[in-house]
Design a protein around this ligand. Structure first.
Ligand code: 5RP
Length: 237
């Protein structure tokens, strides 16, 4: 039974996003505290959770961004602050790139800092994505790095000196500001051979708040090509 009717105006990527989102929503149980990620794939989760709440599902959700909070409220979902709970049962989030070991790049939508904090507070993390996000090696997607505005030119110079090709993210001609008031430098690296090491090295630079490298965080990825689902589970080593 398909999760929803295929229509002409929905392309294969959107269908994959929606399919993976609806599948992930099946992991939500009564009484859970659920982390809601951000982005166009998570959009479908929020809508689905809204439907389930109307049907009687009682859960509390922790949001990772102002846009997710706004949509969740519209859908009638009860939101709590992260500080109001000891831990989150399950977080569902999207990703920009996912490798076979479930290392990923996140932050294309700019919510990487709160997304990582929420993920690290979660007992289980499920990533959802259409199949175009699966890659052999990370790095084609520019790696977002969140940087404090104060003194950011030094950070930029250091990243340039490391040949990481930083670009300060802009939106509508102005410097993009995250929900925490920081800016994002997108690193055009091409291939990231040691993501964990790069993450640690970048965080040693004074002024870098967080990077979009998420390794050892997702327990499972639900990847969909159209309506065909592939589930990848991270091996515990
Ligand atoms: C936002 C994110 C998103 O999860 C990521 O960018 C994927 O977004 P989308 O589902 O729209 O492709 O990390 O910070």
């Amino acid at each position: 039974m398909p999760y929803f009717e295929m229509t002409n105006d929905i392309d294969i990527k959107d269908l994959g996003k929606k399919t993976s989102a609806y599948k992930a929503a099946e992991y939500i149980e009564q009484g859970m505290t659920v982390g809601l990620g951000s982005g166009s794939t998570v959009f479908h989760v929020i809508v689905r959770v809204g439907e389930l709440v109307k049907e009687g599902l009682e859960i509390k959700c922790v949001s990772t961004s102002s846009s997710t909070s706004a949509l969740a409220k519209e859908c009638g979902i009860k939101l709590i602050e992260l500080s109001e709970t000891d831990s989150i049962d399950l977080t569902i989030d999207g990703a920009d790139e996912i490798d076979p070991k479930l290392c990923g790049i996140k932050g294309g939508g700019g919510a990487l800092l709160f997304e990582k904090i929420v993920a690290l507070n979660s007992k289980k993390n499920i990533w959802i994505a259409d199949s175009s996000k699966l890659v052999d090696t990370l790095g084609k997607f520019p790696l977002p790095v969140e940087v404090i505005p104060f003194g950011h030119r030094r950070v930029f110079r250091i990243l340039e000196d490391k040949n990481l090709n930083p670009v300060i993210r802009k939106r509508d001609g102005s410097i993009y500001q995250t929900d925490s008031g920081n800016l994002i430098m997108d690193l055009n690296i091409g291939t990231i051979s040691e993501p964990d090491k790069l993450d640690k090295d970048l965080k040693l630079i004074n002024g870098v708040v967080e990077t979009g490298i998420f390794c050892g965080i997702a327990d499972m990825a639900i990847i969909a090509e159209g309506e065909a689902i592939e589930v990848i589970v991270r091996s515990q080593q």
